[in-house]
Structures are given as structure tokens and as C-alpha cells.
Design a binder for this molecule. Structure first.
Ligand SMILES: C[S@@+](CC[C@H](N)C(=O)[O-])C[C@H]1O[C@@H](n2cnc3c(N)ncnc32)[C@H](O)[C@@H]1O
Length: 213
């Protein structure tokens, strides 16, 4: 399902600040060489991630689901001086490409890449986060939300990607796939959580913005 009409998408891209040359190159290389390039956040969502990060000015960011590093670089743009972004991916084959692009930002020491399961890395990190981007396996979102909650400072922001799951969340439940069902369940959980305030943005594949009260 086309969630945003192509003409609206094109208009939105036209009036959004351009992506850097480095991000353009990373986007292109991902499309040429890596499987499932649709997973990459892309121009408009990437600028939104950077904008939110600039507004939060985080000391610590956690990203679950690095893929080729596009969103990590966007989020790291808004880090406060001395800030660090931790990013996790289970796929070790992505590591070399990610590290090459992180190095090319000129700020590679601010991006710590972890290869492993998101749940294991969350448990291993002794940090308090200001901003978390959940973008790994959809079945894990509820667990990741619970695991990061105690590691968030009050006022911290969680961004959860793909909550519209290509529009499949609108299908009758018996027609939804596993991933779409997981997204609906996750949204219901957040909605029922009095400790949180949230807005579901219909950008790209749906981005749920959650604030810890
Ligand atoms: C949608 S992609 C991330 C896209 C990236 N954040 C971006 O916007 O460019 C999801 C990534 O999550 C990773 N992943 C899947 N299951 C995982 C898990 N259990 N722990 C850590 N990473 C996982 C996949 O290998 C994949 O690279």
C-alpha cells in the first residue's frame, strides 16, 4: 500500500533540507549493494531524525537496528558536546560498511557500534539515555520498550519506526501478518502506559514519538 502519494512525497522532499553528500552516497551504495534497501530511513525521515536530535541535544542516544548506518549518522548530528550514540545490529556483515561511513563523518569516536542481539546489548550498557530509536525486529519492540524504560531520563524521547507496517495495521486482524500484529500490539501497549505521552506521525512507514513524562 502506498501510504503517502508519490507526488506528496516528492513535494516533501523538495522542501526538506537536502541530505549531505555523505548520506546521499551511503543511500546510493546501500541501494546498489545491500539487500532490502527499503529499510534505510532515507532523506525526509533522516532529516526528521536529525531535527529531533538537535531539539533534544542528547548526551546519550541508543539506536536498535543500525542496518547500513544512515539513521545513526542522522541522529548523531544532534549530539551535545561529549555525547555518544550507541547503535546495535545483529548482522555482522554490515559492520565494515557502517564503520567506513562512521569514519567518513569525521566523528567516528561519537558512534559506538555493537554487533549482537538488541536485548543483550541493552542489558550490557550502563547508560542513561536521552533519545532511543527502535528500528530492529518488530517482534522485539515491546521487550525493548520495557528494557530501555528504566534507562531513560525523565523527558527522554523514544522513536519507534514502521508502526504502520506498510499499511497492514489497517487490515482486519485475521489478514495481518506477524509484523503488523506486533506493531498494533506495541502501539496499544504504549497507549495504555500512563507514564508516556505519544504522537504517531504518518511519515514514511509510520514513526511513533514517545515522551517519558
Ligand atoms: C529497518 S533496519 C534498520 C534501518 C536503519 N535504522 C536506518 O534507518 O537506516 C533493521 C535492522 O535491524 C537488525 N536486527 C534485526 N533483528 C535484530 C536484533 N534482534 N537485534 C539487533 N538488530 C536486529 C537487522 O539486521 C537490520 O539491519
Amino acid at each position: 500500500m502506498e501510504l503517502v502519494p508519490a507526488a506528496v512525497e516528492a513535494f516533501s522532499e523538495k522542501y526538506t533540507s537536502p541530505e549531505s553528500q555523505l548520506l546521499y552516497q551511503l543511500n546510493r551504495e546501500t541501494h546498489l549493494k545491500v539487500e532490502q534497501p527499503h529499510m534505510l530511513s532515507g532523506h525526509v525521515q533522516g532529516r526528521l531524525l536529525s531535527m529531533i536530535s538537535h531539539m533534544v541535544r542528547p548526551q546519550r542516544i541508543l539506536e536498535l537496528g543500525t542496518y547500513t548506518g544512515y539513521s545513526a549518522i542522522c541522529l548523531a548530528e544532534g549530539l551535545a558536546p561529549g555525547g555518544i550514540l550507541h547503535t546495535v545490529d545483529i548482522d555482522e556483515e554490515l559492520e565494515t560498511m557502517c564503520r567506513r561511513y562512521f569514519e567518513a563523518t569525521g566523528n567516528k569516536d561519537r558512534i559506538k557500534m555493537h554487533i549482537g542481539k538488541a536485548a543483550d546489548v541493552i542489558s550490557s550498557l550502563d547508560e542513561t539515555f536521552d533519545l532511543v530509536f527502535i528500528d530492529a525486529d518488530k517482534a522485539g519492540y515491546e521487550q525493548y520498550y520495557d528494557m530501555v524504560w528504566e534507562k531513560l531520563r525523565p523527558g527522554a524521547i523514544i522513536l519507534a519506526d514502521n508502526v504502520l507496517y506498510h499499511g497492514q495495521v489497517l487490515d482486519p486482524e485475521e489478514q495481518q501478518g506477524r509484523q503488523a500484529k506486533a506493531m498494533v500490539k506495541f502501539c496499544e501497549k504504549v497507549l495504555a502506559d500512563d507514564r508516556a505521552e505519544q504522537v504517531l506521525l504518518t511519515i514514511r512507514d509510520g514513526l511513533l514519538v514517545i515522551r517519558k513524562k
